[in-house]
Design a protein around this ligand. Structure first.
Ligand code: MTE
Ligand code: MO
Length: 312
């Protein structure tokens, strides 16, 4: 099955991209002086310490992945602090294994999964996705994971279920940021069922051919590439089918700034940031932001007939 009918997508025959390619690229970028630009922000992470993960195949784009130092060093993960370099510096206290995820709520067959046992049986894919933060920066990240839809169908949702709610761990011993009321913990997110079951929606367990670094949401995080980054919730412990649109942490803290849908939309500005353009990390010039982050062909149909200025 082909998930991406877009012409700029192609499937490499040989499985996951070898890490060497990324490491070489990282040296090239360093040689160009770009890492000097970013270096005050980046705490380096030794990714070779992370277990390798094999993907059955790769779904790539024509765009270059963002250098790995930026992907693992320039993060938002408020459970570990509010600055971009805090997660890389502080997320060492997170213990991503053993780890269980409970999938339940309005379902016929709730299940509690041990993440390591479960993913050892799954056939993983590498997918290179464009990601865009509401603050105006973007990256291209080679995720490793699997479509969420299969898991959601397996628990047999009841007919009154309309939304899916996701919950992050909130353990003050592992996550020092949860001792402060920056957000209402635990971090929560939500999707409509059809959004959650769209073939683009991934549960990611790795990036760049390795297990997820803690700062990127180990051991399991959501990736929804047509929505602003904050919808892609990290270090998930619960996935629940619910009847009513769930409260999300950002929507609850600033409803005028962060709507439930949060689709990438150049025509609807955030009160503090224009959404018309973005800066790809590693580039100087801004580029225009595309509706649905460039994934409109696959997802615009989910919102047909909706006023996206009202449902922002
Ligand atoms: N639990 C949790 N998930 C989270 C966040 C967070 O603070 N806590 N930040 C979000 C935001 S604002 C962004 S932009 C992305 C960043 O993902 P990355 O650091 O892997 O690039 O994670 C999202 N998921
Ligand atoms: Mo973000």
């Amino acid at each position: 099955m082909r998930y991406h009918p877009k012409p700029d997508w192609h499937i490499r025959a040989s499985g996951a991209t070898p890490e060497r390619l990324y490491l070489d690229r990282r040296q090239i970028v360093a040689g160009m002086g770009l890492s000097a630009l970013a270096s005050p922000l980046l705490a380096s992470t030794d990714v070779t310490k992370l277990a390798p993960l094999k993907a059955r195949r790769t779904i790539a784009t024509s765009e270059e992945p963002t250098p790995i130092d930026a992907v693992t060093g320039y993060n938002n993960f408020y459970e570990f602090g509010l600055d971009k370099d805090d997660p890389a510096a502080n997320a060492g206290t997170l213990k991503p294994r053993p780890w269980t995820v409970r999938v339940g709520g309005l379902v016929q067959k709730p299940v509690t999964l041990d993440v390591d046992t479960w993913i050892s049986k799954l056939s993983l894919e590498e997918r290179v996705y464009r990601m865009r933060c509401v603050e105006g920066w973007s990256m291209v990240i080679p995720w490793i994971g699997f479509p969420l839809a299969g898991l959601l169908k397996s628990v047999e949702p009841l007919s009154n279920a309309k939304y899916v709610r996701f919950t992050t761990l909130a353990d003050p011993d592992q996550m020092p940021g949860t001792r402060f009321p920056a957000l209402d913990w635990p971090y929560r997110e939500g999707l409509r069922i059809d959004e959650a079951m769209n073939p683009l929606t991934l549960l990611a367990v790795g990036l760049y051919g390795r297990r997820l670094p803690n700062q990127n949401g180990a051991p399991l995080r959501l990736v929804v590439p047509w929505k602003y980054g904050f919808k892609s919730i990290k270090s998930i412990v619960a996935i629940d089918f619910v009847e009513r649109q769930p409260l999300t942490s950002w929507n609850q803290s600033q409803p005028s700034e962060y709507g439930f849908y949060s689709n990438v939309n150049p025509d609807v500005d955030h009160p503090r940031w224009s959404q018309a353009t973005e800066r790809r990390i590693g580039e100087f010039r801004k580029r225009p932001t595309l509706p649905f982050n460039g994934y409109g062909e696959q997802v615009a149909g989910l919102y047909r007939g909706m006023d996206l200025k009202k449902f922002y």
